[in-house]
Design a protein around this ligand. Sequence first.
Ligand SMILES: NC(=O)c1ccc[n+]([C@@H]2O[C@H](COP(=O)([O-])OP(=O)(O)OC[C@H]3O[C@@H](n4cnc5c(N)ncnc54)[C@H](O)[C@@H]3O)[C@@H](O)[C@H]2O)c1
Ligand SMILES: [Zn+2]
Length: 360
Amino acid sequence: MREIKINLKRPYTIYIDSNLDKLFNTMNEYKIKKNDTLFLITDDKVSGLYNDIILKFEKHFNIKKYFFNNGELNKNMTTIQGIYSFLIENNANRDSILIGLGGGVVGDLVGFVAATYMRGIRYINIPTTLLSQVDSSIGGKVGYNYNGIKNIVGSFYNPEFVFISTNFLKTLEKKQFIDGLGEVIKYSLIKDKTLLEYIKENIKGIAEKENDKMLYIIRSCLSIKKYFVEIDYKDTGIRNLLNFGHTTGHAIEITSNGKFTHGESVALGILVAIKMSENILDLSNEIYNDVEEVLKKLGLPIEYKVDNYNLFMYAINHDKKNGKKIRFVLLQDIGKGKIKVEVNNEDILKGIKQSIDKGE
Ligand SMILES: NC(=O)c1ccc[n+]([C@@H]2O[C@H](COP(=O)([O-])OP(=O)(O)OC[C@H]3O[C@@H](n4cnc5c(N)ncnc54)[C@H](O)[C@@H]3O)[C@@H](O)[C@H]2O)c1
Ligand SMILES: [Zn+2]
């Protein structure tokens, strides 16, 4: 088992292993004792797939369970209210501990409830998707969607610890796995060259979710995110590098009407940002083909036909992470990113037409 310690005002540890064998020992180390009451929260899909794990929990502790319907559409106030009611009905108090077992939706919701119930109680995060293992389980952002706006209500709040098992990835649908790989590629470009080299050399093993490959990748991504989170926890500066590929990515996610997942959209956004980096920051033009090749081999998209450019540019300009001017994260080199590069619509259009929408 590997550990990554996140050094914040209140530090916490992420444990990474290829199974959950050491989970209950770890809980003991956190003074969570046999017969303590724990509130296990997950979605209906994960609970169905991993009933054996829930049974194991029930053997070790006094478990109260709450399952909600899976999916982003349920990352809302109704689900939050359901969890609050469940906690109240079961007499959860300040000493209670929540366990979030599931993907990013479960993690964000359970984290938010933990942050707000009785002004903050403890929670443990067990992320079960690649996206949640490399991204949402670190950095403290918790919350939910409201009035159709993603993550508009939220807080910064950290778990007691995070326990990652690569075994969960085995049951992920292909599209969901590839979704996470989009973020993995993002990480491989913003900090240094090591991760991209590793991915290039191990494409097959990664596509087949081999344990050692996934362990390496998850550790690398978390170390990279840890670096940015520790120096800019509240995301006012350099942590913004983690949004590489996301400005165009969000617009693709919205305008593709569900065809592309978040990670797939980010992959396309990365290609646009690389072209723009060539045009604006003189990024070497060898990188584009390299990255395109990797995306292709991993099953990520490399082409996107923009149907309506007016609508598309409208979507880019309304990306909530931007102020009035359009600001992009671009690259000077692999591992050398630049945040808040002000660009105009022409720069973006040119980048798109040279990369994902060549109009052939
Ligand atoms: N807090 C952050 O910093 C942060 C960062 C990135 C993303 N997010 C959030 O994460 C969410 C996306 O994460 P996600 O893709 O994990 O979403 P998700 O929780 O909706 O999981 C995706 C689907 O996979 C299913 N699933 C989960 N684990 C599984 C497994 N092991 N095998 C088979 N199916 C499984 C779920 O039931 C769901 O249907 C978004 O809401 C996003 O806003 C948060
Ligand atoms: Zn993302």
